[in-house]
Design a protein around this ligand. Structure first.
Ligand code: PLP
Ligand code: COI
Length: 360
C-alpha cells in the first residue's frame, strides 16, 4: 500500500438484474461500473486525496488547461474473471510504465508504478461484480481506462500545476460489431498521426483527435479502420487508429512495423514473445507500403492482422487507397492461433508461461 485510499460506496449501485443485462451484452465503452478512482497532484503536495467514489460527472473549471491545450494521457487495459472466479490483470506493470513515458512526453507528473497498480486493483476490487465471466467460452472482460489530465485553472501555456489522475471501468465484449471478422482498411495519404519528435509514441488524446478526420474518410470509403504512413516520407506503415499491425510471410516469418513514432502496444510486444515461442521469427522494422502491395500480389504475404487491448487480435482484410485496392491475403490460420493463445492466457484457459497475469 502506498496511497491512502478513501472509499465512499454508491448508495444506488446497479441492481443485479440490470447488471446481468449489461454484462450479457456489454458492447464497448458504453456502460460504466458503479465507482471511479481519483487522485490529485500539485508540485507542493505531490499526489494526494486518493479516493474511490460513486461514478459520476467531474467538475472542471472552464479554464482547466486540458480543455484548451490537451495536456492528457491515458491507458487501456483489461481485468478478466477466470472460471474459478479469481480476477486477473494482463501485464498491468507495462501499462503503468507506458503511462510514465507518455506523461513524461506530455510534461505531466510521474505516477509511480505501485500507485498506478494500487488504483487500478482497488477499483477492480470495489467493482468486482462488474467483471464479466465467460462460462460460455466467450471473451468478455472489464476494460479499465486510467487517465491523467491538466486540471489547473490557467490559460497560460505551461505544464499544469494541478493534475488529476482517474480510473474508470467499462465491461467489454467485442470491440468491432459482428465479432472476429477481417477489418477493411483505408490508406490515408493526406493525414499522418505522428512526426519526428512528436507524440506518436505517447498514448495521449491528441493523437486520437488527429486521427478522427482520417477515420471519417475511411468510413466514407466503406472501410472499418484507417492506416497511417510515416509523416516524413509517406512510405512506411505505422499503425491503425487504435491498433498495431503484423504481416505474416510464406516462410513463417513475421514483421511488425517499427518507426519510433508508433504507440508500442502491450499486445504487440506480447505477440512478439508468443509467436517467437511458437517458432516464428519476428522482426520489428520499417515496413514499406509497396512491400504490402507487392507481398500480397506475389503471395509472399499470407496473413495480415492488427492487435490491441480493445480489439485483441483481428484479421486484416483488403486495403483500399485512392485509385486502387490490395485484396486480403488468403490466410488467417496463424492469426487465429495467436489470438487463441493470447486470449487463452488472459482468460486462464492456457498456462501463463510468461508470468503475464497479475492476480487482483
Ligand atoms: N496503437 C494505438 C494507436 C492504440 O490506441 C493502441 C491501443 O491501445 C494500440 C496501438 C495497441 O496497444 P495495446 O496493445 O497496448 O492496447
Ligand atoms: C485500447 O485498445 O486500449 C485503446 O486504447 C484503443 C482505443 C481506440 C479504444
Amino acid at each position: 500500500m502506498t496511497m491512502q485510499i478513501t472509499t465512499t460506496l454508491s448508495a444506488t449501485p446497479t441492481d443485479d438484474t440490470r447488471l446481468a443485462e449489461i454484462l450479457a451484452n456489454p458492447g464497448f465503452g458504453t456502460h460504466f461500473s458503479d465507482h471511479m478512482f481519483t487522485v490529485e497532484w500539485t508540485p507542493e503536495k505531490g499526489w494526494y486525496d486518493a479516493r474511490i467514489t460513486p461514478y459520476g460527472p467531474v467538475t472542471l473549471d472552464p479554464a482547466a488547461a486540458v480543455l484548451h491545450y490537451a495536456q492528457e494521457t491515458f491507458e487501456g487495459m483489461k481485468a478478466y474473471r477466470h472460471d474459478d472466479d479469481s480476477l486477473w490483470l494482463f501485464r498491468p506493470e507495462a501499462n503503468a510504465e507506458r503511462m510514465k513515458r507518455s506523461s513524461h512526453r506530455l510534461a505531466l507528473p510521474v505516477l509511480e508504478v505501485p500507485d498506478f497498480l494500487q488504483a487500478v486493483e482497488e477499483l477492480v476490487r470495489v467493482d468486482a461484480r462488474w467483471v464479466p465471466g465467460n462460462p460460455d467460452g466467450g471473451e468478455k472482460s472489464l476494460y479499465l481506462r486510467p487517465f491523467m489530465f491538466a486540471s489547473e485553472k490557467f490559460l497560460g501555456v505551461r505544464p499544469a500545476q494541478h493534475v488529476t489522475f482517474m480510473v474508470i471501468a467499462s465491461p467489454a465484449g467485442a470491440y468491432f460489431k459482428g465479432g472476429v471478422k477481417p477489418v477493411t482498411l483505408w490508406l490515408t495519404e493526406e493525414y499522418t498521426r505522428a512526426g519526428r519528435g512528436g507524440m506518436g509514441a505517447a498514448k495521449t488524446g491528441g493523437n486520437y483527435a488527429s486521427s478522427l478526420v482520417a477515420q471519417q474518410e475511411a468510413y466514407a470509403e466503406g472501410c472499418d479502420q484507417v492506416v497511417f504512413l510515416d509523416g516524413q516520407e509517406g512510405r512506411y506503415v505505422e499503425e491503425l487508429g487504435g491498433m498495431n499491425m503484423y504481416f505474416v510471410f510464406d516462410d513463417g516469418s513475421i514483421v511488425t512495423p517499427a518507426t519510433g513514432t508508433i504507440l508500442e502496444g502491450i499486445t504487440r510486444s506480447s505477440i512478439i514473445e508468443l509467436a517467437g515461442k511458437m517458432g516464428h521469427q519476428v522482426t520489428e522494422r520499417r515496413f514499406g507500403i509497396d512491400e504490402w502491395r507487392d507481398g500480397v500480389a506475389s503471395g509472399r504475404i499470407t496473413e495480415i492482422f492488427a492487435c490491441g487491448t480493445a480489439a485483441v487480435v483481428t484479421p486484416v482484410g483488403s486495403l483500399k487507397y485512392a485509385g486502387g485496392e490490395t485484396p486480403a491475403p488468403a490466410g488467417q490460420d496463424l492469426t487465429m492461433r495467436i489470438r487463441e493463445a493470447l486470449v487463452g492466457v488472459q482468460l486462464g484457459r492456457e498456462e501463463d508461461t510468461f508470468g503475464w497475469m497479475h492476480r487482483v
